[in-house]
Each structure stands twice: as structure tokens, then as C-alpha cells.
Design a protein around this ligand. Structure first.
Ligand code: CA
Length: 730
């Protein structure tokens, strides 16, 4: 199979456009709030112990609990439990399952505190569950407005909660930080962490250090100024806020760190959405050094030529930053990708560990950010100790240990010509947590492996509130020829990679059938657990990668498993339910086994005997398009506008990942007025399809409709051809 390079360029540059359509389709969808879930039942609950500093710092003394996002402040995601181990994991079976009753991506790490599981589902809905039986204790739905989905680059997901005292804390998609009574789910306080009209979102889990809830936000694809905030656990009052990028220098600086950062920027970045640099996921804490670490995301726009013309490092984009948790005072930073221009966030999982390097025991911080390098830093000073690429990359050759900076391939900055960059804007590793097993000394990384083409756009106009990535999508999209499309799909890979952080080299790997597989858990039972995009939870031997057990989850898994123990019995639990950025955009390449989205908590124990109900259906597209009447210029405009504002949710070439119904099957295609009522009039805003009036003109709206009719005609023709072929097949 040969794919013309140009076509590959077109395809991959199209991939590099994140867009901003709302997350529900124009056709029938369930409402975002889960009407099916009854309101909280307030009954006597098992009294759980108070989570405090001491318990969190000494979390390894309580291997049966999973009290914070990464289990410990070091975020290793290592369970010291070993009742389930390499010798008996083959007998693992389902102990219980719990329906989350949403139909979008499930990315949460469940917490387990003294017998109660606390977890979140899509649309920031919280569930408290009896961790032994799977019985619901209470639910809390913050009722996020459906149209807020417009500002979520990567699905309406939530990655979980934090526990402190007798309260549970989480951030909702619309920016409200909640403190709930842990026993009842009643709201103790809530506070807006940003203006919900701005294109910020919260998808990450809070962390709590010394009575302060730390929470960041997302939105750098759209145009925001990133920051992390600390709130008092008792009343939600703001204690401190640390901006990650400077604002307009004429207005002064919030602190010395911003003063230091400002000269690394050029132009007028604050007028293009605020510079980006969102703190959307990772944090870790070292109580001995009293340092809070967090990872900072990409710039707005991605393209540095537009964001900061003439260059500069653009601090603190793509950096790991250490601050004092009491004050937010800057201590050190390490920038992984100076002057980032590829959406190379350093918001990926941070793990703290003790490693013996050159015979010396070191307190290190480890990260495998999007850019493809695995970093080991001295976490006291931020000094780079080592960095090697954990996947094949094309944007840089290596990291110079003298300067601590990557040595770039100059053409990769795509100033003069488009450039095929490995890894893509989704990174070599995204939000899916990795894990570190101190017994094997290995880090288990859920790796993504595929490229993206980047190019200069013909023009860039900042469009507030929608995608502003500033890289060229060119025209064309996927090739029409299906065999060529399939060949492109074969480039999209994913694997479980066991990495030795001391030797900075691969220990073993397991190649998966596709990309966007789940986060990992490793245990003292010499095990690694990972869910996969093709609908399995798998256990591997931690030391050599041998597969020991798997279970059909009926839906793609992206969330990381956890393990806990009650009354001497060990459990492994994982949230399942396909979704996230890849699931929405890469509809053409979503594996059939990922679907449908069945959002559940699945919990296993040795000799568990529960069976999941059969799934008798798969989502499909019924093509019934009207006649295509548009001329070529209209179709060209429709494609361009579709790429700009629709593709991020409705999928590449209008092929949906089927988490939301496919536009090519929409009945709204039949009438121009009906179409505009949705796209411009916001008729389906409560279902997640906000109005795009002000972002696209009426002419563009109708051109998008024509483009989708064209793609529906193509889909129909392919379907009919396939039916004919199967009839004549012997
Ligand atoms: Ca990003």
C-alpha cells in the first residue's frame, strides 16, 4: 500500500486542527445530566475516618486505602498489596459492577477511603459507592450546562476527587470547585475558580496539601491564561494563585516569577487569548522538601511564530514548576520544550521516587511529557539528571545535558514548509497515568505513537472562545480512497512500555491493537494492570510483560485502575467507558471494540463470579442524505469551516467516533432553516451543541451543511458497495 506523501501531509495536518464543536451531535442524544440517577439518598453511612496530612503523608502504612489521586503524594500509583499476584491473578473475576449512567469518556481514578469508593463520571458527576458491595451510597450532579461542552477540547471528562477531613473535593467542567460532605454528598461550599463564560474548563483532579485544595484548569487550545489556585478546605476562600505565563507587562507583574518570565516572550501574546500554559492535570508533593510540583501545558496559539513572533522560551509553558504549597511562591522550574510550537504540554503525570544514580541515592521527579522524552530531575533543585526519548521522535535529536535543552531539528518548527512531526499533538504520552513499581524499578507508560503534520496557516485571526491553534490544516482531509485511509490508520499505534528510569531505556513492551489505551496500575504482586482501547482489562507480569489475565470490558478503557483491601480481601477496580480527545476526533480509526460507551465501575477479586449483561448492539450510522446541490467553492468553504469549529468533536472528515451521533446521519441536513436553528440558533444547546453564531457566518453554516451532505453521500456509496460485495461473495 502506498500513500502519496502529499496526501499524508494533508491528512495529518488536518489532524492537527483541534476544533470546538459542542460535544453532542445535532441528532438525538441523551441530556448531559443524568435524569436516570435519583437524587442523593441520605441514609446512615459507614463513618469513614478523617483524611488528614498525617494519613496522606504515611499512605504507605495504609495499603488498603487509595486516599489521593496517585495513591500517595509521590503519585507512584503503586499498590503495596500482594494478595492478588502473578501466581493467582488468572483467577481474578468480577466482584461487582456499578453503572455510571453517562455516555461520554470516563477518565477518573477512584478514591477508596475506609470502605467507601468515591469516583466521577462524565459531566463531573460524583458517585459514592460501598467499595465491598458496589451499592450506591449517594450521587452528586453539579448540573453543568450542556453548552459548556463547547469549551472542552477533549470530551466532558473528569479525572476524580480529593479527600480531606470529612469532605470530598472536585472541580466541575464549568470551573466550580465543590466541597461535599463525604457521608451524604451535600454541598458544604462551592466557589467559581474562573468566569464560566471564558473558555476555561476543569477536567483534572484536585490535590490537597496542608489544608489547601490545589486546582488548575484547561483551555489553552481556545485562548486562556493558565494558572493554579489554592483554596482553604474549610470555606473555599482563595489562599493563593500562581499564573504560569505573564500578562500584559504594562499592567505590572503578580510576582517575581512573572517578571522573570516576561522577557522570554515577544509580541503581544496577551491579546491572542492569554498565552495558554494551563495546569490541567498533574501535581505531586514532597512533604520533606515541602514542595508542590505541577505540570504546565501548551501555548495559545500552538504556533510560536504567531504567539511570540521571533521566538523566546515562553516561560513557563511546557514546564514542571515547584512552588511552596503555603504561599504559591516560585522555587524552581524545568522547561521541557522551550518555545513550544506543537502542543507539547508538560502537564503529564509526575512521579516522585528515590533512585540510585551512579551509585548515589537521589530524590528524583520523573515525567514522560508529550514531547517524547523521559525526564529524571533532581526534585530539590530542578536539575536535569537524564533525558532519553521513549518513542521515536522527529522534532529533536536529543537533550543536551550541558544546557538541559532539547537539540531541535530546525525544520520541525515548520516556519518555511510543513513538517511531519513525531509525536503528534496528542503526544507520546497523554493524560493516561503511568505508574512506578519500586520493586521492579520500572515505569509503565501508556504510549501513543503517531505523527502529525504542522504548517504555517495562510492567515491567523484570533477568534475568541473557539479553537485558536494557529497551525495549518491545508485542504483535503483524508483521502477518498478507503484503502489509503486504512493504510493511514495503520500508522496510528499504541503500546504499554516498561521503562527503566535509571538506565533510561526500554525494559519491555506490549504492542496494542490501536492507540489511546488506559492508564496503568502496578502492584507488589509483580503485576501491571492496564485497560485497552479495544475493550479489555489486562494483567501483565511487572518484571517481564508476560500477559497473565484479561477480561472483556465491553467498551474501551482509558481510566487507570486502582487497588484496595477490605477485611483482608484485595480488590482491583477500574472505571470503563471509551472517550476523550482521540475518541472524538479520530472517528475513522476508532476500533469497533471501543464501542458502545458503557460507563461503569468494574471491581474484581479472586474468584469473583459476577457476569456483565450481554451487549446486543453497536452504534451505527444510518445514511439518508438529501441531494448534494452545492458548488465546489461552497464545499471548499464548508470543509475549511468544519475543520475550524466542528471537527474536534464531530470527527475527522465528518466521521464521528460515535460517542456522539454522526452528523452524516443527521435529519437536520434536510432543511437549511432547521440546520441554522441548531448551528446558529443554539436549539440543542442543552444537549451540548452550543450556538456558534459569531464564530461562523450563515453562509459558512450552510457551507458546512453542504460539506457534510457530501461526506454522507460518500458514506452511503461505500455502504452500498460493501453490501453488494457481500452479496456476490461466495
Ligand atoms: Ca493542548
Amino acid at each position: 500500500m502506498t500513500i502519496s506523501f502529499l496526501r499524508l501531509c494533508f491528512f495529518i495536518s488536518l489532524l492537527s486542527l483541534l476544533a470546538t464543536c459542542a460535544r453532542h451531535s445535532l441528532t438525538e442524544t441523551p441530556p448531559p445530566s443524568t435524569a436516570a440517577i435519583p437524587p442523593s439518598t441520605i441514609e446512615a453511612q459507614p463513618v469513614s475516618g478523617m483524611v488528614d496530612s498525617k494519613r496522606l503523608i504515611q499512605a504507605n502504612d495504609e495499603p488498603g486505602n487509595w486516599m489521593s489521586h496517585g495513591r500517595t503524594y509521590s503519585e507512584e500509583r503503586f499498590s503495596p498489596l500482594s494478595q492478588i499476584n502473578e501466581g493467582n491473578v488468572a483467577k481474578l473475576g468480577l466482584a461487582w459492577y456499578y453503572d455510571l449512567k453517562t455516555e461520554r469518556g470516563v477518565e477518573a481514578t477512584s478514591l477508596v477511603v475506609d470502605g467507601v469508593m468515591y469516583t466521577t463520571s462524565a459531566w463531573s458527576i460524583v458517585h459514592a459507592i460501598d467499595a465491598r458491595s458496589g451499592k450506591r451510597l449517594w450521587t452528586f450532579d453539579p448540573k453543568v450546562a450542556g453548552e459548556k461542552a463547547k469549551h472542552a477540547c477533549c470530551d466532558v471528562v473528569n479525572r476524580g476527587l480529593a479527600a480531606w477531613g470529612n469532605q470530598m473535593f472536585f472541580g466541575a467542567l464549568d470551573g466550580r470547585l465543590f466541597a461535599l460532605d463525604a457521608a451524604t454528598g451535600k454541598v458544604n461550599w462551592e466557589v467559581a475558580t474562573f468566569d464560566p463564560a471564558l473558555p476555561y474548563t476543569i477536567t483534572g483532579a484536585p490535590r490537597i496539601v496542608k489544608g489547601k485544595v490545589m486546582i488548575g484548569n484547561g483551555g489553552a487550545e481556545f485562548g486562556v491564561r493558565g494558572y493554579i489556585s489554592a483554596y482553604n478546605v474549610d470555606d473555599g476562600s482563595l489562599v493563593w494563585r500562581f499564573y504560569t505565563v505573564p500578562g500584559d507587562p504594562d499592567l505590572g507583574f503578580e510576582n517575581d516569577a512573572m517578571k522573570m518570565a516576561a522577557p522570554t516572550w515577544k509580541g503581544q501574546w496577551w491579546k491572542l487569548g492569554g498565552g495558554g500554559g494551563t495546569v490541567w492535570d498533574s501535581m505531586a508533593y514532597d512533604p520533606e522538601l515541602d514542595l508542590l510540583y505541577f505540570g504546565v501545558g501548551n501555548g495559545t496559539p500552538w504556533n510560536q511564530e504567531i504567539r511570540s513572533p521571533g521566538g523566546g522560551d515562553n516561560l513557563f509553558l511546557s514546564s514542571i514548576v515547584a512552588v511552596r504549597p503555603d504561599t504559591g511562591e516560585y522555587v524552581w522550574h524545568y522547561q521541557t520544550t522551550p518555545g513550544e510550537t506543537w502542543d507539547y504540554t508538560a502537564a503529564q503525570h509526575i512521579i516522585l521516587a528515590e533512585l540510585k544514580l551512579d551509585g548515589v541515592e537521589r530524590k528524583v521527579l520523573m515525567q514522560a511529557p508529550k514531547n517524547g522524552f523521559f525526564y529524571v530531575l533532581d526534585r530539590e533543585t530542578g536539575q536535569l539528571l537524564s533525558a532519553e526519548n521513549y518513542i521515536d521522535i522527529t522534532w529533536a535529536t536529543h537533550v543536551d545535558m550541558k544546557t538541559g535543552r532539547p537539540v531541535e531539528v530546525p525544520e520541525a518548527r515548520y516556519k518555511d514548509a510543513p513538517f511531519l512531526v513525531y509525536p503528534s499533538y496528542l503526544g507520546g504520552h497523554n493524560w493516561h497515568p503511568m505508574s512506578f513499581n519500586p520493586k521492579t524499578g520500572l515505569v509503565y507508560i501508556p504510549v501513543l505513537d503517531f505523527p502529525a503534520m504542522y504548517g504555517q496557516p495562510e492567515e491567523f485571526i484570533y477568534n475568541p472562545g473557539v479553537g485558536n491553534v494557529g497551525t495549518d490544516g491545508i485542504v483535503g482531509g483524508l483521502p477518498d480512497d478507503q484503502a489509503e485511509r486504512d493504510a493511514i490508520g495503520a500508522l496510528i499505534k499504541g503500546r504499554l512500555l516498561a521503562w527503566d528510569p535509571v538506565k533510561q531505556q526500554e525494559a519491555w513492551r506490549v504492542e496494542h491493537s490501536g492507540s489511546w489505551n488506559g492508564g496503568t496500575l502496578t502492584t507488589a504482586g509483580n503485576l501491571v494492570f492496564q485497560g485497552t482501547a479495544d475493550g479489555k482489562l489486562v494483567a501483565y507480569r511487572a518484571d517481564n510483560g508476560e500477559q497473565l489475565w484479561d477480561f472483556a470490558t465491553q467498551t474501551g478503557v482509558v481510566a487507570p485502575p486502582v487497588s484496595y483491601e477490605i477485611d483482608g480481601e484485595q480488590y482491583v477496580s477500574v472505571n470503563v467507558g471509551w472517550g476523550g480527545a482521540f475518541a472524538l476526533v479520530f472517528g475513522e480509526f476508532v476500533q469497533a471494540e471501543s464501542l458502545p460507551n458503557i460507563s461503569r465501575v468494574l471491581t474484581f477479586k479472586i474468584e469473583g463470579k459476577i457476569k456483565l449483561p450481554e451487549v446486543a448492539w453497536r452504534p451505527t450510522v444510518v445514511f439518508n442524505p438529501p441531494e448534494l446541490l452545492a458548488d465546489k467553492p461552497t464545499l471548499k468553504m464548508g470543509l475549511a469551516s468544519y475543520q475550524d469549529v466542528c471537527m474536534g468533536c464531530h470527527g475527522l472528515n465528518a466521521v464521528s467516533g460515535l460517542l456522539i451521533p454522526d452528523l452524516r446521519g443527521s435529519a437536520y441536513l434536510w432543511n437549511e432553516q432547521d440546520w441554522n436553528d441548531v448551528v446558529l440558533g443554539g436549539k440543542l444547546k442543552d444537549k451540548g451543541m452550543a450556538s456558534f453564531a459569531g464564530h461562523v457566518s450563515e453562509q459558512q453554516s450552510l457551507a458546512i451543511r453542504s460539506y457534510i451532505i457530501q461526506q454522507a453521500q460518500r458514506g452511503l456509496a461505500l455502504q452500498e458497495a460493501a453490501a453488494t460485495a457481500s452479496e456476490v461473495a461466495p
